[in-house]
Write a protein that binds this ligand. Sequence first.
Ligand code: KG4
Ligand code: ZN
Length: 341
Amino acid sequence: MKDGKFLTLGIETSCDETAISVVADGRQVWSNVISSQIEIFKNYGGVVPEIASRHHLENINKVLEEALKVADVTLDDIDLIGVTEGPGLIGALLMGVATAKAIAFAKDIPLVGVHHLFGHISANFLEDENLEPPFLALITSGGHTEIVQVKSYTDCEILGGTRDDAVGEAYDKVARVLGLGYPGGPKIDKIAKSGNPEAVNFTRVLLEKDSYDFSFSGLKTQVLNYINTEKQAGREVCREDVAASFQQAVMEVVVKKTMNAVNLTGALKLVMAGGVAANSKLRSMLESETEKAGIKLYCPKPILCTDNGAMIGSAAYYKYKALGEDELNMDASSNLPLERN
Ligand code: KG4
Ligand code: ZN
């Protein structure tokens, strides 16, 4: 405790960000330190799991020191440790879990493992102090695309998800095809602003009627085929137009299905979560649709959309309040199911 606040240390290492935060009362971010490995993986065009784990190991103590320093606290002030338990790259997750357990044991602080996606959802509690469940959540990240009915701080139901690539994965793959580099999402978002979204008519994959599932794996091939056909015909490919048209095809489907789910569930609040929630097109399309539907839209600032420790701190705080602490033998799980936070 410090200044009468319950302090949670949130640790996130599920992919290529080593991130640690101090969160007060589950809602206020006192520090949010993120050491990204993006510069390293630019050369590989994506994350290499073994290299990611090694970098977590090298960075985690520095990130911890910095997170405590920025928050102006010591480990003696920390009341709870929250760590991403899964899903994610197993070697990367283990670095966070081992660190969390070591601190919990040495300092006798309760420990809670949280689901990475509950973390992404909880980023919204940091953005808006008054937001409370129930609500509908759209989670779009590099590893996930899910429409989720959030019933309480620890309980949710998945209405639909991707059957193959996640939205962020599709962005990253198409960006590679366009020669934009890794991670591709923000780059496509940027250049699409000066492109024509109607230049190329990429397929809107809606799957079965009433389905809340997605499929994005065919889009990369479509983009690749389009580029090859244009080149063979001696025409110049406008990357801005391709990026804008791809983005339009993806986001039309995401927004349509999300709004269908809003209608089905009668939700009054829609919450955006995950790295792709930072996408400007998705934000503006959902802003206008939710306004038309008369419901409230929540979206964290971009730094809280992508992987961070603060969202884990918030999710851990509410899980601890509802369900108590975990045993020290809890372990990382690369494919932890979402219903289990
Ligand atoms: O949530 P996140 O940091 O990591 C996972 O849990 O996957 O999401 C990273 C993903 C990457 O695929 C990245 O390209 C995508 O989010 N992303 C974006 C944008 N910013 C990040 N995609 C589209 N538009 C953006 N502005
Ligand atoms: Zn994530």
